[in-house]
Design a protein around this ligand. Sequence first.
Ligand SMILES: NC(=O)c1ccc[n+]([C@@H]2O[C@H](COP(=O)([O-])OP(=O)(O)OC[C@H]3O[C@@H](n4cnc5c(N)ncnc54)[C@H](OP(=O)(O)O)[C@@H]3O)[C@@H](O)[C@H]2O)c1
Length: 272
Amino acid sequence: MIVVTGATGNVGRPLVRALVEAGEEVTAVSRRDGEVPRGAQHLRADLTDPQSLTPALDGAGAVFLLTSGEFTAAGDLGKVVDLLRDSGVRRVVLLSSQGVATGRHAPSLEEPVRGSGLDWTVLRPGGFHSNTFWWAEAVRTTRTVAWPFGDVALPTIDPADIADVAAAVLRGTGHGGQTYELTGPAPVSPRDQVAAIADALGEPVRYVEQTRAEAREAMLRFMPEVVADSTLDILGTPSPEEQRVSPAVPRLLGRPGRPFADWAARNAAAFT
Ligand SMILES: NC(=O)c1ccc[n+]([C@@H]2O[C@H](COP(=O)([O-])OP(=O)(O)OC[C@H]3O[C@@H](n4cnc5c(N)ncnc54)[C@H](OP(=O)(O)O)[C@@H]3O)[C@@H](O)[C@H]2O)c1
C-alpha cells in the first residue's frame, strides 16, 4: 500500500489518481476532508502531529511525503521519518524544492530523509505552473493580472508531471538515494503565461506590470514575509541554475514535460 500525503494538493491529487489507475492500493492523507478517486481511501492526518499519521501507515510499504511551508514552520520532519521507519515503511519519496540546491532553503528540509536508512528519493522541483492560480480571482473578475518582472522567464513545471515522476519512483526500481531536480520543458515569462491563459479562455486578459514593492505588498496578504521576499528574488533575479531546463522529466518519463499552455488549457475553468 502507498500513502500519499498532501493528497488534496496540486501534486498529491494527480499522484493519487495515477497510482490508483496503475492498480495500486492507495491511502490519501490530508488535514481536511477531500475527494479522492474511487479506489483510494482518504484519512485525515496532520504532519505536524506525527502520531495522527499512525492509522494511515498500517500496512504501508511506501510514502510520498511533502514539505509544505506550514509543516516545515511548525512540524518536525525527523519525527515523521522516525514514525515511518517504526511503522515498517521501506520507501519514501520526498517532495522538496529546487531551493535546497540553490541555497534558498536550508538542507534541513531534506536531511532527516537522507539520513533515515529508508530507500529514499528526493524530488526538487522549481516553481509550479499552478502558482498562477494566485491570479485566478483577478482574471475571473477583471480579466487583468498585476504581477512584477513580466519578461523574466523561468522553466515552471506542471504539478501533474511531478506526480508522474513520483508515481514512477514509488512503483519502480533504481531510484534509491537519488535526487531529481525537476523543471518544465521551457522557460516561460509571466507575460507569456497571461497570454496562454487568455488563449485558453478565448478572451483578452490584460497584463499590468507591478513594481517589486507593489507585488510584495500584495503577496504579504497571503504569504509570510520571508516567503514573499525569496519568491520575489527568484521571480526577479533568478540564478542561471533556476533558469536552466532540467533533463530529468523527459529522462524519467520518456516524454517531454507539459508546457504551461497545456496546463492553462486543462485548468481554464478556474479562470472563467
Ligand atoms: N508551488 C511551488 O512553486 C513549489 C516549488 C517547489 C516545491 N514546492 C513544494 O510542493 C508542495 C506542494 O506545493 P503547492 O504549493 O502545490 O501546495 P498545495 O497543492 O496547496 O498542497 C498542499 C497539500 O498539502 C496538505 N498539507 C499541508 N500541510 C499539511 C500538514 N501539516 N499535514 C498534512 N497535510 C498537509 C494540504 O491539504 P490540507 O490543507 O487539507 O492538509 C494539501 O493537500 C509543498 O511541499 C511545497 O514546498 C512547491
